[in-house]
Design a protein around this ligand. Structure first.
Ligand code: CMC
Length: 396
């Protein structure tokens, strides 16, 4: 006691050195390996972004083609996985299923479970990136009782995911290009975000020397919470609640409830631990949101109108301005996903799919660091001092 610094919520503790992602929360700046997120979202696809995060440099044409081929070679999952999946209730939350399925990969791919072996780490990285869309789509198809759709490797990463989600054996699904681009952008914007709760979880879990699939499953579990990846689902549920309360006319009343701390209600999709200026991902997602709604002719959608009014009111309200609470990426990504046809309960699983590459890049960086040690925070003990126990008959 006295030797350790008390820092609840890690507000001022750096847990590692990292070369992957840079955030300047005051300027609203986000860089992956030095490249501004705006440039990546504009010029690269998700697999190029994965390559960048994993290897530190953007791929040239040949490297991109080889990497894409490598990933697409691993998109199928062991056929036995479907029997594991069948053990879940049909109404299980997709994140419960994903936590299980991702952890279960370690039982299927024994040749890539040694976290201290660079080759194992490399192949498990490719397997995870390749199989996440397949697993998310399987979880979805299972909960709606439809047959799984196998991956189709001549499609793009995002296009293949959407086909596995929405095609059936009776009817092909030809994804609209604007929607595929929007999906790909959601993936890019969620690919990494330095030492957030789930990434720190993955690092801590991996620091014990567990296998990469288990470490990523821990990240999925952490992401599930509404203060983190669950915010996109919570934001959409909140909009639907306000819609049921009476819609745009009830926003004032709803915002009053949020400002009354005793209500315990937060404006989901608003605020960020690091961004005290606008979340740069939110700016890009907002742009995509308008593009998708234009394409689908959905600008009159009541939930979207509600979101836009809520955004306007919150951005002008003293409570939110004083606390620097701006919409974050999840405020808009939920609206985009809903427009694409992704059910609300699957939003966080889509986030997990996209973040997998970031988790792996961070895990690899930690393991490759010669100074890495098992993560073992200390505590300030505030309990009883040493005392002598009494026989049970003498206890009060
Ligand atoms: N609605 C209303 N009040 C809020 C909100 C909100 N969404 N967020 C923060 N506040 C208030 C909070 O009550 C506190 O007020 P006061 O100073 O009077 O006590 C002040 O703003 C500072 O908040 P904090 O809780 O100290 O901030 P934090 O850095 O600990 O929390 C956060 C950050 C993201 C957990 C929080 O803003 C939040 O719960 N937001 C809603 C959930 C959400 O959208 N999360 C997604 C984050 S982005 C995606 C991701 O990284 O996963």
């Amino acid at each position: 006691t006295g030797k350790f610094t008390y820092d609840p919520g890690f507000l001022s503790t750096a847990s590692c050195n990292s070369t992957i992602t840079y955030i300047d929360g005051d300027k609203g700046e986000l860089l992956y390996r030095g490249y501004p997120i705006e440039q990546l979202a504009q010029n690269c696809n998700y697999l190029e972004t994965c390559y960048l995060l994993l290897k530190g440099e953007l791929p040239n044409q040949k490297e991109r083609d080889d990497f894409t081929k490598l990933v697409t070679n691993h998109t199928m999952v062991n056929e036995q996985m479907q029997f594991f999946l069948r053990g879940f209730r049909r109404d299980a939350h997709p994140m419960a299923i994903m936590t299980g399925l991702v952890g279960a990969l370690s039982a299927f791919y024994h040749d890539s479970t040694d976290i201290h072996n660079a080759e194992h780490r490399e192949i498990s990285a490719i397997r995870l990136i390749a199989k996440m869309p397949t697993l998310v789509a399987m979880a979805y198809k299972y909960t709606i009782g439809q047959p799984y759709i196998y991956p189709k490797n001549d499609l793009t990463y995002a296009g293949n995911f959407m086909r596995m989600m929405f095609a059936t054996p009776c009817e092909e699904y030809t994804p609209n290009e604007v929607l595929v681009r929007a999906m790909d952008r959601i993936f890019i914007l969620h690919a990494d975000h330095e030492q957030n709760a789930s990434t720190s979880t993955v690092r801590l879990c991996g620091s014990s020397g567990t296998n990469p699939f288990a470490a990523i499953a821990a990240g999925v579990a952490c992401l599930w919470g509404p203060a983190h990846g669950g915010a996109n689902e919570a934001a959409l549920n909140m909009l639907e609640d306000v819609h049921r309360m009476g819609g745009v006319e009830k926003i004032g009343e709803f915002v009053r409830q949020v400002k009354d701390k005793s209500s315990g209600i937060k404006l989901m999709g608003f605020g960020h631990r690091v961004y005290k200026n606008y979340d740069p991902r939110a700016k890009l997602m907002r742009e995509t949101c308008h593009e998708v709604l234009d394409t689908l002719g959905l600008h009159d959608d009541p939930i979207f109108k509600l979101a836009m009014s809520l955004e306007k009111i919150a951005l002008e309200d003293e409570y939110f301005v004083a606390r620097k609470l701006y919409p974050n990426v999840d405020f808009y990504s939920g609206i985009v996903q809903r427009a694409i046809g992704i059910p609300v309960s699957l939003f966080t699983a889509v986030f997990a799919l996209a973040r997998t590459v970031g988790w792996i890049a961070q895990l690899n960086e930690m393991i490759a660091d010669p100074e890495y040690k098992i993560g073992r925070p200390r505590q300030l003990y505030t309990g009883a001092t040493a005392r002598t126990l009494k026989p049970i008959e003498q206890r009060g």
